[in-house]
Each structure stands twice: as structure tokens, then as C-alpha cells.
Design a binder for this molecule. Structure first.
Ligand SMILES: [Zn+2]
Ligand SMILES: [Zn+2]
Length: 327
């Protein structure tokens, strides 16, 4: 199989040809047809997250076909189209798993971080954490749903019943969640980097009723705001943009430091929360919604060997929507 491997954080991914492994008990082998590129991959490659199991094949928005079944896998079939997300394994026995919060598991494995991911022509996954994707939609279009969509969905649920919803950072996640939120009848306010008029126009084209710079205040106080940009300076800005009792949800796995801010910004029962990982239930809930709402993803396709370019373009913000690698 072909793969792009991270050997040392801060250095480019290296192309490699690796022997194929047979799936172990409970595992499946997947012939990868598309794998999305997520900002978390960028954090892993840049070494901003400690704990990557190096060398590692990044990529946790995997779409492919089941190629081989390990012993005991009964619920998936050869040739079935599946998706593999960030959550690759949970222990099932820690207090978090037992209370239905497997996203916070004490002994998890994460695809493309602590177990090999999908920047490859083939991948092995624990069959219990793979989602059936059905046959509707193109592989490339579905890939961004598996993290940008899924984590985005969890953050939208965390925003509760917010009608006036702010989205800070209009990248892969926001471009999906804006569509879901508008379909749900919410009013969306999109915040981009100052001067990113293309990004603001993109947000309006997906149903945002207002789009502007993250340095601006929206025309009305928001019920909730979700932060997708990994920039801690946005936290006090978002708190200032929400009404009393409003909520700010930080959806990224990594964020630069949050500057000190006046307690006035939190006062009035405003809440500041983070979203960590996903549960399998989030996946089932979101993928059902995405199919029903006919969510359209905007993708830029790169060959597998172009993974470094895709990461560089993501860092530079030089495309709208999501990057997807095709082996
Ligand atoms: Zn656990
Ligand atoms: Zn991700």
C-alpha cells in the first residue's frame, strides 16, 4: 500500500510503500477512496499536539470500501462503503465510557494520531467505530462529513437551541454546519479573518444572513457562538458578541492561548465550554441528518502524493471548504 507518513513533527510527510497488513480480530481492512484533510492533521504535523504515535499515517476522514474482514466482524460486508472518523477505539470500561461519554474515554485511540489513518491507499480500522455510509453521494463529498461535519455537529448540539448563531472561522466545519443550522431554521452569523471577503461571500452563499470580520460585533447579540478557528483571541470577542445567558463553544482540539479578559464578559450567566472528540452516537445522528438535509460539501481534491501541498494550502487558507486526498 502507498501512504504518506509523519516521522518527525515539523517535517513534511514522507511518501512510502508499506506491506499490507491483514485485519486482526474485530478489524476491517478498507480500500481508501478519499480522505479529508482536517485542521487537526495540521496540528499533528506541526507538533502542536503531543502524543502522536510516531511514525504515524495521518488522516481521520476516511471513506472507502471494506476489503477484508477480521474474525468476528458480522455487521459489515465485503465491498460495503464505510467511513472512519477520529474516534478509533474506546475502552468501554472507564467511568466516561460507562456514563455514555466515550468521547472523553481515558484510554482511547484516535485515527491518524494514535493509530494509523487514511493518508494511504488502504487502512485498518476497528470495525465497531466505522460508519456505514450507504450508496448516496460521492466519496470525495462525504469525506469532510467524517470530522468537520461530525465535530461540527457535536458543537452545534452544544450550542443548544440558539436561534441567533455565530460561527467563528468559516472553514470546513463551519461550511457544513452553516447549512445544517439554516435548514434547522436558525439565523447564522459568520466571522472570518479581517479582510477575507471571499470567505464572507462564501458564508453568505451558504445561507449566513450576515458575514463579517471576527474583529467586528454582529448587528444583533447572539444566543451562542461556535469557535472553529484555533485562535484564543477570539474567545473574549465571542463572549462579547453573545447575550446574557449565551454560550460560547470552542470546537477545536487546539487553540492558542486565551488572553486575559474582564469578568464582565462572562458575567450574566454566559458560558464557555469546549467540545472534545465525538461519540459513535454523534456519528449516527449526524450522518442521518446530513443525508436527509442533502448537505453539500465544497471540496478541493489533491492526489495522495500532494498531501503536503494540501496541508500548506489549509494553513494558508487558500481554498474554501475542505481539502480531500484521493489515492
Ligand atoms: Zn473508556
Ligand atoms: Zn478532524
Amino acid at each position: 500500500m502507498r501512504a504518506m507518513i509523519l516521522r518527525r513533527p515539523g517535517s513534511p510527510l514522507e511518501p512510502a510503500v508499506l506491506p499490507e497488513r491483514n485485519p486482526g480480530p474485530g478489524e476491517i481492512c478498507i480500500r481508501v477512496t478519499a480522505c479529508g484533510v482536517c485542521r487537526t492533521d495540521l496540528h499533528v504535523v506541526d507538533g502542536e499536539l503531543n502524543g502522536a504515535a510516531l511514525p504515524i499515517i495521518p488522516g481521520h476522514e476516511i471513506v472507502g470500501r471494506v476489503d477484508a474482514l477480521g474474525d468476528g466482524v458480522k455487521h459489515l460486508k465485503l465491498g460495503q462503503r464505510v467511513g472512519v472518523p477520529w474516534l478509533g477505539y474506546t475502552c468501554g470500561t472507564c467511568s466516561y465510557c460507562c456514563m455514555g461519554r466515550e468521547n472523553l474515554c481515558e484510554r482511547p485511540l484516535f485515527t491518524g494520531y494514535t493509530r494509523d489513518g487514511g493518508f494511504a491507499s488502504a487502512a485498518i480500522a476497528d470495525a465497531r467505530y466505522a460508519f456505514d455510509l450507504g450508496e448516496e453521494g460521492e466519496d470525495v463529498s462525504l469525506a469532510p462529513l467524517l470530522c468537520a461535519g461530525l465535530i461540527g455537529w457535536r458543537s452545534l448540539v452544544m450550542a443548544r437551541e440558539a436561534n441567533l448563531l455565530g460561527l467563528y472561522g468559516f472553514g470546513a466545519a463551519a461550511h457544513i454546519i452553516a447549512q445544517v443550522a439554516v435548514e434547522q431554521g436558525r439565523r447564522v452569523f459568520a466571522f472570518t479573518k479581517p479582510g477575507d471577503e471571499k470567505g464572507q461571500a462564501f458564508a453568505r452563499s451558504l445561507g449566513a444572513e450576515w458575514a463579517g470580520s471576527s474583529a467586528e460585533m454582529p448587528p444583533v447579540k447572539l444566543d451562542a457562538a461556535i469557535l472553529y478557528a484555533p485562535n484564543g483571541r477570539l474567545v473574549p470577542l465571542a463572549l462579547a458578541a453573545v447575550r446574557k445567558g449565551g454560550r460560547v463553544v470552542c470546537a477545536g482540539i487546539h487553540m492558542s492561548d486565551i488572553p486575559a479578559f474582564s469578568y464582565d464578559l462572562l458575567w450574566g450567566e454566559r458560558e464557555l465550554v469546549s467540545v472534545a472528540n465525538l461519540t459513535r452516537q454523534d456519528g449516527h445522528d449526524f450522518l442521518a441528518q446530513a443525508a436527509k438535509l442533502k448537505i453539500r460539501t465544497h471540496t478541493t481534491v489533491y492526489p495522495l502524493s500532494g498531501a503536503n501541498q494540501a496541508l500548506a494550502d489549509l494553513r494558508a487558507g487558500s481554498f474554501e471548504g475542505a481539502a480531500v486526498l484521493v489515492p
